[in-house]
Design a protein around this ligand. Structure first.
Ligand code: C2E
Ligand code: CA
Ligand code: CA
Ligand code: CA
Length: 278
């Protein structure tokens, strides 16, 4: 009857929209967002601890959603991973960075580091190596040293990691272990691989001056890094005291709001100008 039809129609409508909301929307929204230019990249300066000059930048993605507003990357990266969209999303980031590269080049010296975060599922993707090579080819030649950042908790199985890391090195890229101190991977893991940078998580950094336990742990981490020939980067440096403390202990590079927040290309260009005029 008409009534049953109506009820059924209504009911299936509810189911459909339920699925749209819960199952399809995040993925679909990401695809739409890429098409409509809702994603953009910000760059956070990484500062040399001795010269206190910008030696590189880390690219961080942003999503300005028309109705939901600013969606944090921790959320949409996880969405993208769950929806098998991390490869297109990372390619999108690559394209955006490539578009900025010519201008980035004007504020960064030759050999400057360009940090790019990689999601674990991308490392396993069949297109991974091609994606990376295409990205490197899209940048001005010989200017940037690309540093791929991989989080400690996302480290791969040993054999896979070994061959992937040596491939990246053979291509001239560098590798950073990100968020060090938050995962539970054994320190022994570090010893097995040749990794270039150790990024000390901001969770460590923001307890400086507050907890007595931080200093010995950080000292141990720095000793280890030195012994393994890794360059250290402290993340989330927010105060002068933290910066001073870290510099005294021999951390190589500093990154955090104390120096600069992540900036759009335009903001970075003027930030760099204001630094140079000091
Ligand atoms: P991350 O790689 O550890 O990036 C550092 C995060 O710390 C950034 O958050 C940055 O804005 C924030 N930060 C920097 N300095 C300070 C500080 O002094 N104080 C505090 N409280 N925070 C600071 P953001 O941009 O929200 O990114 C969060 C995470 O999302 C990143 O952590 C990274 O794991 C992931 N992410 C961001 N962009 C991308 C991307 O393009 N690809 C992938 N795969 N992951 C990304
Ligand atoms: Ca990072
Ligand atoms: Ca980090
Ligand atoms: Ca993080």
């Amino acid at each position: 009857s008409l009534l049953t039809g109506l009820i059924f129609g209504l009911f299936s409508g509810v189911i459909c929209s339920y699925f749209l909301c819960v199952r399809m929307r995040p993925g679909k929204e990401i695809l739409i967002g890429m098409k409509r230019g809702q994603f953009y990249v910000v760059y956070q300066p990484v500062v040399d601890a001795q010269k206190l000059e910008m030696q590189g930048i880390e690219a961080l993605m942003r999503w300005e959603h028309p109705t939901a507003g600013m969606i944090p990357p921790d959320a949409f990266i996880a969405f993208a991973e769950a929806q098998q969209l991390i490869v297109p999303l990372t390619r999108h980031l690559f394209a955006l960075v490539a578009r900025d590269a010519q201008e980035l080049q004007t504020v960064l010296p030759p050999g400057a580091k360009l940090g790019i975060n990689l999601a674990p599922s991308h490392l396993h993707a069949p297109t991974f190596k091609d994606d990376i090579i295409a990205f490197a080819a899209s940048l001005p030649p010989h200017h940037f040293k690309i540093v791929f950042e991989i989080t400690e908790r996302d480290m791969l199985k040993e054999k896979e990691a070994m061959s992937l890391f040596s491939w990246l090195h053979a291509q001239g890229f560098e590798i950073a272990i990100d968020d060090f101190g938050t995962g539970h991977s054994a320190l022994i893991y570090l010893e097995r691989f040749t990794l270039d940078y150790l990024k000390i998580d901001q969770g460590f950094v923001n307890t400086i001056g507050m907890e007595t336990v931080t200093a010995p742990v950080l000292d141990a981490v720095l000793t280890l890094a030195r012994r393994l020939n890794m360059t250290t980067v402290a993340e989330g440096v927010e105060t002068r005291e933290q910066a001073k403390w870290l510099i005294e202990r021999g951390v190589n590079f500093l990154q955090g709001y104390y120096f600069s927040r992540p900036l759009t290309l335009t903001q970075l260009l003027s930030w760099s100008q204001s630094q140079n005029s000091h």
